[in-house]
Ligand binder design. Sequence first.
Ligand SMILES: [Zn+2]
Length: 286
Amino acid sequence: MDGRTLQKMIHDADKGGYAIPSFNYSDIWDLMAIIEAAQELNAPIMFAANQVVAGVFTPGVSGAMGKAFMAQGKVPMIHHLDHSKHVELCLQCIDNGYPSVMIDGSDHDLAANIKMVQEVMEYAKADGRWVHVEAEVGKIPGKGVEGYVSEEEKFLVEVEDVKELVKATHVDSLAVGIGSQHGFYKGTPKLNIQRLSEVNDAVDTPLVLHGGSGIPRETVREAIRHGINKMNVGTIIHCTYMNSLREELNRVGENPYTLDVMASIRHNIKEVVKEWIDTCMDVNRA
Ligand SMILES: [Zn+2]
């Protein structure tokens, strides 16, 4: 399975008016829950390691694990490297069988961002390979940003920047800053749907929304209707995992056995994943 499978998944989503959900995992237990939820709903999904997870496991181990899970899928499931700030890590993950990687050069100015994307794109398509590459334009801030106003101008993607990056790189998909943030929100998040529509009109590149966890379902669906083709969900997976772990450990008391504890945690994560699959893929339902 290579990035062309993902291209088709995104193309089908675009035509069908839904988005492919991408779920961040931290280890094999939450990953198994994500995979099981997708299998049970027959939903094409992505599962993603961020650069810390890929780094801790190493690209070799996480890549092999990803390949094993992708091979099991009755529905297409694509392993993805999320938010790599480093070109080198993208190249290592490509070498280890990731069919999709994200190079996040959004901390840099546009010229440097473009150069990073070009380097990854060149490697991703070299020697007969076809690995999907996602880039980012406009900032998607991290969690806990004090006093952050979600539609604040400085975080918004500029349409001209998008056009320039797409023209220079032909990148396969693009994360856009339209007011979402990673983690949960203080107050109600507001997405700039107007800017999203402008970007969607300006380029054919599939668009990605990050920071799904704290956005109300109806707002997510509105963004999907206005051009989002892939939706990233991370924080709610991590929090469900850790909060469920604490509850289970409190419940069982001394000397817990790992597999016993994990059973209900996997169940809880699966429920969250299923809810998000429904939010992203059944967009027009009330
Ligand atoms: Zn993100």
